[in-house]
Write a new protein. Structure first.
Length: 210
């Protein structure tokens, strides 16, 4: 069986190259429930959705009213994803719902943000990095309403983030936090508390500047 580099170096024409690549692809395909499910996700959702706008893509994925999802964002196990209305998901974001994931209304997930609901580090430390390992731990991750997550940031599995929270870029959330705060750092800490009255004042000032 030729590897991919041999195919490219030995093919004498575009037609021969294409034929050889298709043949090599067919040799690599293994039929299983897992592989077929992944293939369906990649081919029928990820690839086809690239031709849609962000609001059309959200509708294609069955997300609620007002949601938008940008290109190259990925939702793992979307059947376990509970999404609120008017949620924006940026380019390259990964939303892992394998352990359960809930995101509240009017929340934005920035570019290349990673939100996890499972961890598999024990499979590596124990030298048993196999499919469906019992060492994989899954915990529901919950993001509240009105949360702003600047990318690229990382949110660990099992974390709960309260409503009206702003997360600065390059933040790593390793534990749960209450709402009405600004978070930053790695690991994250509370930079500032923001009351509803302060939010109302900021909104009022922003409108007056226009």
């Amino acid at each position: 069986m030729k590897d991919i580099n041999e195919i490219f170096s030995s093919s004498k024409s575009s037609k021969e190259l294409f034929t050889s690549l298709v043949s090599r692809l067919a040799e690599c395909i293994e039929d299983s429930d897992r592989n077929n499910a992944i293939r369906e996700e990649v081919i029928f959702k990820t690839v086809l959705s690239q031709f849609l706008t962000d609001d059309e893509r959200a509708k294609f994925y069955g997300l609620p009213n007002g949601c938008r999802i940008r290109e190259n964002a990925k939702i793992i196990k979307p059947e376990n994803f509970k999404c609120g209305e008017y949620v924006w998901i940026g380019e390259g974001a990964v939303l892992d719902a394998s352990g359960g994931l809930e995101i509240g209304d009017h929340t934005s997930v920035g570019l290349y943000v990673l939100i996890w609901s499972h961890t598999s580090y024990l499979t590596n430390l124990s030298m048993s990095n196999t499919q469906n390992s019992p060492l994989i731990r899954r915990n529901k991750t919950t993001i509240g309403k009105g949360v702003f997550i600047a990318g690229p940031s990382v949110i660990y599995p099992g974390v709960t983030i309260g409503d009206k929270t702003a997360i600065l870029p390059l933040t790593t959330i390793t534990k749960s936090f209450k709402g009405n705060v600004i978070l930053g750092g790695s690991p994250a800490r509370i930079i500032k508390e923001i009351s509803d009255e302060e939010i109302e004042r900021l909104v009022r000032d922003a409108k007056e500047r226009k």
